[in-house]
Design a protein around this ligand. Structure first.
Ligand SMILES: Cc1ncc(COP(=O)(O)O)c(C=O)c1O
Length: 402
């Protein structure tokens, strides 16, 4: 371990909250509207729908709730199969189990960590699922070819496409598809876009929050019912008669929505700040490609986090050693996702050698990737310190493997 480098304490996450958010929250509280019936809640949904380019936006208490109501409103339930990535956070997948449907896991590719388009194509034609949840990770959109595969399939079969853009709020797709005046925001190409405003995401409400967007009037109506206990009758006296469905309580509070609105208004500044930090990471890691692989960069990447892949390591045991050595020098990191097909809820069905071979990239990523901070407030000195520690510890770990 180096003795020459003075330790620098860098937090893993720092919220980009300022006076404007605090004023908005205070105003909402002074207005006497704390509950989700307050005016900021529908305003939040509408504003984000406008940004994404969808007709409807419904605010929720979390991204997990957003995915759950997206499935419920789409009529996905027992007996249905839903294609999901195995390399993702559990809330992409658990809502499939909440509604009693069966997840069909698809492997990732290692440029965006989204689903591998070739594996996806194979899974679609083999399983003919009712729905798919496409995931955008780490601020990036999934691989561009994913949308071609989905379009080709949808010309022949019905399929509900839900996009889990919880980690790429404010990010854009890789390319335009022809007609759009500008490259659309992630979530826009799906039937239903789902977003997280959790406190450690790119944009936040007050700690937790989410939004669902869609162009479909009927889906939007059902999503709103599912978010709010099935209530569908606006008249004061009729409110509790004939509830539309067995709804959840996934509402967001009025002050939280007020905070989320200001964050959405500041999205360009916040995303540009993240991109600037990512550019510094890239510059300082230039020339280390044989030791560290970076995620594919492109102009719409919103850089929620900065993943580094360490190809010289032999797997999860070495990654644990490297991660612990880096953390011991006050560099913050979080581990990669552990594939969902290896989680206790799904492992029994997915643990066979053939199935696991088809999910090998996800297992590789879980043994070779570490995630580092990429928020706007990072200084060049912060990133330079982290890079120096990472390079030293990678060298040590690669030369001490069992
Ligand atoms: C990929 C992904 N999907 C869904 C979620 C769920 O969002 P939330 O924490 O707001 O429920 C998260 C974040 O936790 C996530 O990273």
């Amino acid at each position: 371990m180096s003795v020459s480098l003075p330790v620098r304490k860098v937090p893993f996450h720092q919220v980009s909250i300022g006076l404007a958010e605090m004023d908005a929250v205070q105003d909402a509280m002074e207005s006497n509207w704390l509950s989700p019936r307050g005016p900021k809640v529908p305003e939040l949904g509408r504003l984000w729908a406008d940004v994404v380019g969808h007709e409807h936006g419904i605010a929720t208490s979390s991204g997990t709730g957003a995915i759950h109501v997206a499935l419920l409103a789409s009529g996905v339930g027992r007996g249905d199969q839903v294609i999901v990535p195995t390399y993702t956070c559990s809330p992409t997948v658990y809502p499939v189990s909440y509604v009693g449907a069966t997840p069909v896991f698809v492997d990732c590719e290692l440029e965006t960590y989204g689903m591998d388009p070739a594996r996806l194509e194979d899974a679609l034609w083999r399983h003919q699922p009712k729905a798919i949840i496409v995931v955008d990770l780490y601020g990036s959109s999934c691989h561009e070819d994913t949308w071609d595969v989905l379009d080709a399939y949808r010309r022949r079969h019905e399929l509900i496409v839900i996009e889990d853009a919880c980690e790429s709020v404010g990010g854009r797709y890789h390319a335009s598809r022809g007609q759009e005046p500008e490259i659309p925001m992630t979530g826009a190409r799906a039937d239903i876009g789902t977003f997280s405003l959790r406190g450690d995401k790119i944009l936040t409400a007050l700690g937790t929050g989410g939004i669902v967007t869609t162009n479909d009037d009927q889906l939007a109506r059902m999503i709103a019912y599912y978010v709010d206990l099935g209530l569908h009758n606006d008249s004061t006296m009729g409110r509790y008669r004939d509830l539309a469905c067995v709804g959840m309580n996934y509402e967001i509070s009025n002050p939280a929505a007020a905070c989320g609105i200001v964050q959405i208004e500041r999205r360009d500044e916040i995303v540009n700040g993240r991109r600037k930090s990512a550019a510094t990471w890239g510059m300082l890691l230039a020339g280390t490609e044989d030791r560290i692989s970076l995620m594919a960069d492109y102009p719409g990447h919103a850089y929620y986090q900065f993943p580094l892949l360490f190809p010289r390591l032999r797997g999860a045991d070495d990654l644990d050693i490297l991660g612990e050595r880096i953390q011991a020098r006050a560099v913050p990191l979080i581990p990669p996702f552990w594939p969902m097909h290896l989680q206790p809820a799904y492992k029994a069905k997915w643990d066979g050698p053939r199935k696991r071979a088809a999910l090998a990239n996800a297992e590789y990523a879980s043994g070779h990737v570490l995630l580092f901070p990429c928020y706007p407030a990072l200084s060049e000195e912060d990133i330079a310190y982290m890079v120096a520690v990472i390079l030293e510890e990678e060298q040590w770990t690669a030369s001490h493997q069992s």
